[in-house]
Ligand binder design. Structure first.
Ligand code: ASC
Length: 150
């Protein structure tokens, strides 16, 4: 076997092995992603509930901490190969990967606004927290409109 052929075979094998973890279980990745968004949605609801009537800042700050955690974690929720494909149910659009820079910018706006909400929650002024929470909802919606099916 020539050196060139050996090299080509080695490269093909290495490529196949490198692809295994990504291709092995898109369903698991998607399950984890959906669970992450369920927790995020529950935390956002807790923030809004905690701001209704007499503000519950303990509840709000705890939930805001969860949102901040999710805003950091979300960067790992979209590995290549976890998009729409036969036999897999996901609302994630292919544009997440085909317009990666645009999606990443949306993720950055969400994470930046989560940090702003966290600063407001630390400050403790319910009016300011409400304003930042509303802005956070807009960053959620921006990605839903562009990158989530239906
Ligand atoms: C929520 C929730 C979302 C966002 C979005 C904001 O409470 O579950 O996905 O707010 O609707 O526009």
């Amino acid at each position: 076997m020539s050196r060139l052929v050996r090299r080509a075979l080695f490269a093909a094998l290495a490529g196949a092995l490198a692809g295994v973890p990504l291709l092995a279980a898109p369903a698991d990745t998607i399950r984890a992603r959906i669970a992450g968004y369920k927790q995020l949605g529950a935390a956002f609801k807790a923030v809004n509930d905690g701001l209704r009537g007499e503000p519950d800042l303990v509840k709000v700050r705890k939930a805001v901490g969860q949102i901040a955690g999710a805003s950091a974690a979300q960067y790992k929720w979209y590995p290549r190969g976890s998009g729409p494909q036969p036999g897999v149910k996901t609302a994630a659009k292919v544009e997440i990967w085909s317009r990666g820079a645009q999606f990443r910018a949306g993720q950055d706006r969400f994470a930046g606004q989560a940090a702003a909400l966290q600063r407001a929650a630390a400050g403790g002024d319910p009016v300011a927290i409400r304003a930042e929470a509303r802005k956070l909802g807009a960053t959620c919606k921006a990605c839903h409109d562009a990158f989530r099916a239906d």
